[in-house]
Design a protein around this ligand. Structure first.
Ligand code: PEP
Ligand code: MG
Length: 596
């Protein structure tokens, strides 16, 4: 194609987070907080018109906020809509309005520019205040500013990603997990972002949807333009602008080999997950939404090791009712029975937040009001979910698991509240499984250190390595700048996994891993050697793990783990585990086959 031949190929390198190769035209999303605002002079006789535009934009914004406020109040009650009161107050702030007006008069500039200057100054001042309440007002100021500027510029707030009309590749500064969850796979061939890490929930969602993705590309969203042609290589973390015929040919070859190998992997779907020396391991799958059960069955996973229920709550204005949750849980369990389905109670917070739940913006959301901490305070919401899970437990093989347990108190409180919900249902004559098994996620180092005490109150542990790594190593799982420090095989992590597994076994319960480590076949020898009883991975990764596991000799895996526990180097531990994986299943690591 002559047009492509004239344009130079350019390669951008980032972090590979979701396997696959795709090619298409760029759809560039602007970051909400980074709206570019034009600046131009206005003549003396244009000033009145700018002020008129300002008044119009304020009125339009006010109407929009009132509409959203009404919907949220109807759906969730007035207390959840209170944030909009603060937004309305910003719109009515006489000092702000006066200062913008003065700025236009004095400097003879367009209103968008004047407003942006003044609003930013206010937001900066507020965010530097020692008072929590005032600091939170900075976020309100910024939220409202974006709306006003979009209204002034006649710009849609966001592209409607659910109704795209042609296939594209999204390039963006960032994508929230809630946005990724909405992507239409037929239209969004892949995506690439400036920031992010391998275990961000956006990356996890991309793997779950099987959309090729690369993150941590630093400033790709400023370098590419809408409509340009790019290729995304989600295996190697590359974005290739204007790929040449030669590049496309090479990718075509590799793709054919991969597809042949994937067919071989699929043929093992119904074979048991048992090592070459006869040790059975439970190999299950992680799901984000009820519809994922199809993928779980397609790869022959033994049930669900982690059902992230947050996605039932995201991208909607009303919270899901008990009935709605009951139906979702019951459907998944009924479809997959007799295999177990481990339903994790709500883990909102961190990078998964719901603007309408009125969770204030936090300085450190991953250390903040998240998961079980949130649920133990928001009892109504927690009760609704626990009742729905309990009721669904009569259908299929449901287990329940709490996220982010940091110590015994939280676990005891959660269990006591679960008992209250049981008592309520009994009183109402509603059936549930009296023997429902309850487990705890082990993803905070403090939980590892008190694992013996925790083990006496649950039937299983599931190690959430994604968080365990970030909290142990103090490495934000979303931050691409420190992604090199996010080391799953750090000796501290290996030892913490071992401590957890040993505490579980000492107390007669089992321990699995449901973090992303479980889906990396290079780490399967290490995890199994450490004594992990269950691995739960994104469905698309289950076949590779099963292939590896069936080739692995447990005696060798144990030997490897013993040597890892005496090793001080993360790289060395990774290399040893990968070498053993490669020795027993070389095909998985050859010719760009799926394994990393
Ligand atoms: C984890 O932390 O490893 C985990 C599985 O939970 P999430 O990724 O949802 O935080
Ligand atoms: Mg977690």
């Amino acid at each position: 194609m002559p047009e492509r031949a004239q344009q130079k190929e350019r390669v951008f390198r980032g972090i590979a987070v979701s396997a696959g190769v795709c090619r298409g035209k760029v759809l560039l999303l602007a970051a909400a907080s980074d709206v570019t605002v034009p600046q131009y002079s206005v003549p003396d006789d244009g000033v009145a018109h700018e002020i008129y535009r300002f008044e119009q934009a304020l009125a339009q914004t006010r109407q929009q906020i009132l509409d959203v406020q009404r919907k949220v109040t109807e759906g969730m009650g007035a207390e959840h809509a209170s944030i909009f009161e603060a937004h309305l107050l910003v719109l009515e702030d006489p000092m702000l309005i006066e200062e913008v007006t003065r700025h236009i008069h004095k400097n003879k500039v367009n209103v968008e520019h004047a407003f942006r200057e003044v609003a930013e100054k206010y937001a900066r001042t507020l965010s530097a205040m020692p008072d929590d309440y005032l600091r939170e007002r900075a976020a309100d100021m910024r939220d409202v500013s974006v709306r006003i500027i979009n209204n002034l510029l006649g710009r849609q707030e966001t592209v409607d990603l659910q109704h795209l009309t042609e296939p594209c590749i999204i390039i963006s500064h960032d994508l929230a997990p809630s946005v990724t969850a909405q992507l239409d796979k037929k239209m969004v061939l892949g995506f690439a972002t400036d920031i992010g890490g391998k275990t961000s929930h956006t990356a996890i969602m991309a793997r779950s949807l099987e959309i090729p993705a690369v993150v941590g590309l630093k400033n790709i969203s400023q370098k590419l333009k809408g409509g340009q042609e790019v290729l995304i290589d989600g295996f190697n973390g590359l974005v290739i602008l204007n790929p040449t015929e030669q590049t496309l040919y090479e990718y075509g070859q590799v793709q054919r080999q991969r597809l042949t190998f994937e067919d071989r992997l699929r043929e093992m779907k119904d074979l048991p997950a048992v090592t070459s020396d006869g040790v059975s391991v439970v190999l299950s799958a992680n799901v984000e939404q009820a519809a994922d059960t199809e993928s779980v069955q397609a790869v022959g996973a033994q049930g669900v090791g982690l059902f992230r229920t947050e996605y039932l709550f995201i991208n909607r204005e009303l919270l899901p009712t008990e009935e709605e949750q009951f139906t979702a849980y019951q459907q998944v369990a009924a479809t997959l029975q007799p295999h177990p389905v481990i339903i994790r109670t709500l883990d909102l917070g961190g990078d998964k937040y719901l603007p309408h739940l009125n969770i204030p913006e936090e300085m450190n959301p991953f250390l903040g009001w998240r998961a079980i901490r949130y649920c133990l305070q928001e009892r109504d919401l927690f009760r609704t979910q626990l009742r729905a899970i309990l009721r669904a437990s009569v259908e299929g093989n449901i287990r329940l698991m709490y996220p982010m347990i940091s110590g015994l108190d939280e676990l005891v409180q959660a269990n006591a509240f679960l008992d209250e919900c049981r008592a309520e249902l009994r009183k109402e004559g509603v059936a549930f499984n009296e023997n429902l098994e309850v487990g705890a996620m082990i993803e905070i180092p403090s939980a590892v250190m008190v694992a013996d005490a925790l083990a006496r109150h649950v039937k299983f542990f599931s190690i959430g390595t994604n968080d365990l790594i970030q909290y142990t190593l103090a490495v934000d799982r979303l931050n691409e700048r420190i992604a090199h420090l996010y080391e799953p095989t750090h000796p501290a992590i290996v030892r913490l996994i071992k401590l957890t597994v040993d505490a579980a076994h000492r107390n007669g319960i089992w321990a699995g891993v449901c973090g992303e480590m479980a889906g990396d076949p290079a780490l399967t020898p290490l995890l199994l050697g450490l004594g992990v009883d269950e691995l739960s991975a994104t469905p698309s990764l289950v076949p590779q793990v099963k292939y590896l596991l069936r080739a692995l000799n447990m005696a060798e895996a144990r030997e490897l783990a013993a040597s890892a526990l005496n090793c001080d180097s993360a790289t060395e531990i990774f290399t040893r585990s990968r070498e053993l994986a490669k020795k027993v299943a070389p095909a998985l690591f050859e010719n760009n086959n799926p394994a990393p």
